[in-house]
Design a protein around this ligand. Structure first.
Ligand SMILES: Cc1ncc(C[n+]2csc(CCOP(=O)(O)OP(=O)(O)O)c2C)c(N)n1
Ligand SMILES: [Mg+2]
Length: 163
């Protein structure tokens, strides 16, 4: 990944632990007073640790947060041993989380088009405060793999009895 000078990148690669990124961004934001901290998280991952949004308010930090709302545990649908339908993700109204957690001064927005996303990024860039953008991924794009491939992958990974 090519990044400009002075820009760092953190990810939980070793275990792929979902839920890690939201509090990690919080810690990075508290430690890094010079630059801005940008969090990009899946919706399912965010649900594990979204309560940290309220803690961010306590510390007055100003991250820019993008929650990718595809309404599913997308990766899990492919890896599951019993197929893609086993674990439904609760439908949250993510853009309301900052307000519900006392972050009234935050810029919070739900975007569904590229133009709306551009406008939200522009606003977040210039806004002197934290920003929270819920990015709606259309159902047609929320799982990039066709169902036939998902089924094939989990069946291939399922050990045959007796092996
Ligand atoms: C702590 C933990 N629990 C469960 C998993 C298994 N897991 C891997 S990806 C995933 C779903 C992630 O969903 P989301 O954040 O919405 O991302 P998407 O795949 O939809 O883009 C799960 C449950 C994990 N990696 N870590
Ligand atoms: Mg998801």
């Amino acid at each position: 990944m090519w990044l400009p000078d002075g820009v760092g990148f953190q990810t939980q690669t070793l275990w792929g632990s979902i839920g890690w990124a939201t509090p990690a961004a919080e810690g990075i934001c508290m430690a890094n007073k010079k630059g801005r901290t940008i969090l990009i998280t899946g919706d399912g991952s965010h649900q594990l640790t979204a309560n940290e949004i309220g803690v961010m308010r306590c510390y007055g930090i100003k991250p820019i947060i993008f929650v990718l709302n595809n309404s599913i545990f997308g990766v899990e649908n492919v890896l599951s041993e019993i197929g893609p339908s086993y674990d439904e993700l609760a439908k949250w109204n993510y853009a309301q989380i900052p307000g519900a957690m006392g972050c009234e001064s935050w810029f919070s927005s739900r975007v569904s088009t590229v133009a709306e996303l551009d406008a939200a990024i522009e606003k977040a860039n210039t806004f002197d405060g934290a920003s929270y953008v819920e990015v709606m991924i259309p159902a047609s794009e929320s799982q990039p793999l066709p169902l036939s491939i998902q089924n094939q992958v989990y069946k291939t990974n399922t050990p045959v009895k007796g092996e």
